[in-house]
Design a protein around this ligand. Structure first.
Ligand code: 3S6
Ligand code: CA
Ligand code: CA
Length: 313
């Protein structure tokens, strides 16, 4: 039987085979992190000199304690994971799991959908942030300046996120100062809601990015060839609206130049008119011309099967 096991299957076996072994001293070290008092990974890093990427305990301005992942190394470190946008099933349109659009169908009478871009709901867990959506209190509590974003293949454990990511970038111009300090306030100013404006002229801000992995061209290549004609790489864009006045939340790595934003922006409100209900879901119209085909407006399979991790600093 053994000769049949190719190199590939051996590593897969190695990857999934055993529960990790850990020393008591390591557990003690991890539990000791509960003593650190800070509202963000930046505060924990600066106050307690923590330089190891991993899980830390944070405290909100109101005293809520939560655990999340801290990137303590990229571009000076101190990045707090506050949310992940994950597509559990692109074929199921605005159903269970579409927490960043609507889990109750594609309906013009519910223009804001779940409204999770601009509320204090939380869901998911940090260790499952590439298995399903994640949102913690830091999303609405942290007074931040910049963002970083990682696109990480689904089902990747946190200790492999950095290595496995297909794209990583950050902002450095402290744009969140202009929008209330985090996405909760930004999306109150720019509601992720159907029928509040028209494409291009009523879009939210597009902010230049600095790449940690990738570049403007590799970014465009993740999106469909037809989308290539209406996007510019090198930005993160917020509250982009499409031709049919559907709102989306984040266009990762690109600035919209046209109105088919449903093929390169994620999240949204509760209604997408075109091809009703085909564009309604956390990854909107990413599979418009087939699942991961990278034909027409369809993104690559890698982009479709990667969770989008959102960090603040
Ligand atoms: C280059 C193909 C554009 O085709 C248009 O976009 C066509 O009118 C629509 O069916 C299509 C969709 O709006 C794409 O989102
Ligand atoms: Ca989801
Ligand atoms: Ca369209």
């Amino acid at each position: 039987m053994l000769p049949l096991l190719t190199m590939h299957s051996k590593t897969t076996l190695a990857f999934i085979s055993v529960a990790p072994k850990v020393s008591l001293s390591r557990l003690d070290e991890l539990r000791n992190r509960a003593k650190f008092i800070g509202r963000s990974c930046k505060e924990v890093k600066d106050r307690y000199g923590q330089a190891e990427d991993g899980l830390y305990y944070l405290t909100t301005s109101t005293g809520v304690v939560y655990q999340t992942f801290c990137d303590m190394t990229t571009a000076g470190g101190g990045w707090t994971l506050v949310a992940s946008v994950h597509e559990d099933n692109i074929y199921a349109k605005c159903t269970v799991g579409d927490r960043w659009t609507s889990q109750q169908g594609n309906n013009a009478n519910w223009p804001k959908g779940e409204g999770n871009w601009a509320n204090r709901k939380t869901f998911g867990t940090v260790e499952a942030a590439t298995d399903d959506d994640f949102k913690n209190p830091g999303y609405y509590d942290i007074d931040a300046e910049d963002m970083s974003v990682w696109h990480v293949p689904n089902k990747t454990p946190f200790y492999h996120w950095n290595l496995a990511a297909i794209m990583r970038y950050h902002t450095e111009r402290r744009f969140l100062h202009l929008y209330g300090g985090n996405l909760y306030y930004l999306f109150h100013r720019y509601p992720v809601e159907y029928n509040v404006g028209k494409h291009l002229s009523d879009n939210g801000p597009s902010i230049p990015i600095v790449y940690d992995l990738g570049d403007k061209e590799s970014t465009k290549m993740f999106y469909g060839p037809y989308s290539g004609g209406e996007i510019e790489g090198g930005f993160i864009s917020f509250r982009a609206i499409n031709h049919e006045r559907a709102a989306t939340a984040i266009c990762s790595g690109v600035k919209p130049k046209g109105g088919n934003v449903e093929h390169y922006c994620i999240g949204g409100g509760g209604f997408f008119l075109e091809g009703n209900p085909l564009q309604c879901g956390d990854f909107t119209g990413f599979a418009w011309n087939g699942y991961g085909t990278h034909i027409g407006f369809s993104t690559s399979k890698q982009m479709l099967e990667s969770a989008v991790l959102l960090f603040y600093r």
